[in-house]
Design a protein around this ligand. Sequence first.
Ligand SMILES: [Zn+2]
Length: 248
Amino acid sequence: MPRSTFASTSYRTPAIVLRTYKLGEADRIIVFLTPSHGQVRAVAKGVRRTSSKLGATLEPFMLVDAQISTGRSLHIVTQAQLRTPYGQALVADYRAYTCAHAMVEVAEHLTEDEDTAAQYRLLHGALAALARGTKDPSLVLDSYLLRALAAAGWPPSFAACVRCGAPGPHRAVNVPLGGSVCPECRPAGSASPAPATVDLLDALLRGDWSRAEAAEPQARAQAAAFVGNYLQWHLERAVKSLKHVERA
Ligand SMILES: [Zn+2]
């Protein structure tokens, strides 16, 4: 984006709405994730008035083309055109909706001051998968979380030992180390989930859907628990919306 070349005070970008909150009587702050401008907070003026066309467009999970005017202290959304209404598809499916909420909450934390191109791609792909509704939302969520953490610089491994690289599969996993540990490296406090759980985690990390969807409920529950713990370890805080996700 040659913004500096043109000394522009306004730019146009694809953007996913992560969250919105009220400002004053009729406005909202919109938190966007964009591929090349990072996480953007901008005021959408008058959107809480019933006459506002922007209001319905600037809802969580919507993919829009946004025109952002950059002010001294405040950015303003001057226009937003709907590209893909993921929000509409997701409100119709409660499980997918709760998963999408957890995803945007994590995306907001992971993109506070990061290069966001990879995070934008991952979130977009996961929201699109949820909206299509052909995969188990819990698996889409856990796959997204593992890959988003990997893109944020905390790549887990469920094949080779995360400490020494010895080829797996290994029986034990360790949350702080981020995955499989061999018998030599295994720290005290490592868990020994079912081998099917470790296999599922590996499939989710790689996006191997035929392998992931073959997993039994016990492996799904254990994998979800590992992902939740790994996420909390790195974010150093609880992800509130994960509590509302209904696991199958
Ligand atoms: Zn090892």
